[in-house]
Design a protein around this ligand. Structure first.
Ligand code: PHE
Length: 363
């Protein structure tokens, strides 16, 4: 009976520690069932810890081998049991055998097939192309815009995405009953905290921290309770720009944004400013760029940003003397800009994560 503990062949390639229950003598049904259980449990552990084909083969022999496998030695104990117990004992043994065979088969299935020695690899075959990731088109646009503004003297600034009502609205001169503050337009986290609806609160945070001259660019996520359609997304990137110094006028705003458009669109597109309203600027405007979206309708004006001269109330509220300092700000949507650049008909293409679409933009 000592043979049933001798798993030397398996132990040569994998570690197996037989428990006392796999070694004790078997004379009653209870002992038989306990042994079958122990073999099932320890056998499964042996298979799971076996690494490689050699170890799995050794495990198979140790457990199911016809001559000295653990199950074979257990079967040898069957005739010693009382006749009426043999049926139950046989059933338990078969169940253990089936379970071990199943575990072995699935462990073998994940092994790589053995190399076919008759067909050595063809070293003259061309190498396989490795898949490489690429920067998302919206991130590419943000990088490019950041590079242009960096050359114009702007520094990157960041602010929190969970913002207070005061920074998002109050400090930006929104009247207390402005419709943008309604819950149906805005994602509130609590009474006073919300997911920022624009990057403009960073204007206020920057002005509270630094004294002019200030020139910052702030890319970041913003959130609105918008439907997902061809031109809207409930969460999207914005890039805020802010320039405050002594004697800064609307001429500087127009010159800087035109220079940006000239560089970004390689001088091929015209831009125009249309008067518009935002509570935190006065005067306010929207800038359009003339692009052909390739849909057969020819060139048209596409809005890419909102801008204006920072309202004196915003400056004073942030502790900046509006008699001494003035400046301008803008907020643009890089996804819209990516659409205008790549002639994309639907903003959802930029959110779908479809590699076939995205890899066209890899550099
Ligand atoms: N924050 C405005 C928006 O989200 C854009 C903007 C920024 C307008 C700065 C003027 C100045 O629509």
């Amino acid at each position: 009976m000592r043979r049933q503990c001798d798993l030397a062949s398996a132990a040569a390639v994998c570690i197996f520690v037989p428990t006392t229950s796999t070694c004790a003598p078997v004379t009653t049904l209870a002992q038989f069932l306990a042994r079958a259980d122990a073999i099932a449990r320890d056998g499964a552990a042996l298979i799971h810890t076996a690494v490689g084909r050699e170890a799995l083969d050794a495990a198979r022999v140790a457990l199911l081998g016809r001559k000295q496998g653990l199950l074979t030695t257990l079967m040898a104990a069957l005739p010693a049991l009382p006749t009426e117990d043999r049926r139950a004992a046989g059933a338990a043994m078969n169940a253990t055998k089936q379970a071990l065979e199943l575990t072995l088969t699935s462990a073998e299935a994940v092994l790589a097939p053995p190399p076919d020695a008759s067909r050595p690899p063809d070293l003259t075959m061309p190498g396989r192309d490795r898949w490489t990731g690429a920067v998302h088109p919206v991130s590419l646009v943000i990088d490019e815009i950041s590079a242009i503004f960096r050359e114009l003297g702007f520094t990157i600034a960041l602010g929190p995405e969970a913002e207070t009502e005061w920074y998002n609205f109050g400090a930006l001169n929104f009247p207390p009953d402005h419709p943008a503050m309604e819950a149906h337009d805005t994602l509130y986290l609590s009474d006073d905290t919300l997911l920022r609806t624009h990057t403009s609160p960073v204007q206020v945070r920057t002005l509270q921290t630094y004294t002019p001259p200030v020139r910052i660019l702030c890319p970041g996520n913003v959130y609105r309770r918008d439907f997902f359609d061809a031109t809207h997304a409930p969460s999207f990137m914005q890039i805020e720009g802010l320039c405050i110094d002594e004697g800064v006028s609307f001429v500087d705003l127009k010159a800087t944004l035109s220079e940006f458009a000239r560089r970004f669109y390689s001088g091929s597109s015209r831009v125009r400013l249309r008067p518009s309203f935002f509570p935190f600027v006065e005067p306010g405007a929207e800038m359009d760029v003339e692009v052909d979206l390739g849909d057969g309708k020819g060139s048209r004006w596409v809005e890419i940003l909102g801008c204006g001269m920072v309202h004196p109330r915003v400056l004073d509220g942030a502790g900046i003397d509006s008699e001494k300092y003035s400046g301008w700000a803008f907020g643009m949507g890089p996804a819209r800009i990516a659409m205008s650049r790549h002639k994309l008909p639907d903003i959802r293409l930029l959110y779908d994560s479809d590699v076939r679409f995205l890899e066209q933009f890899s550099r």
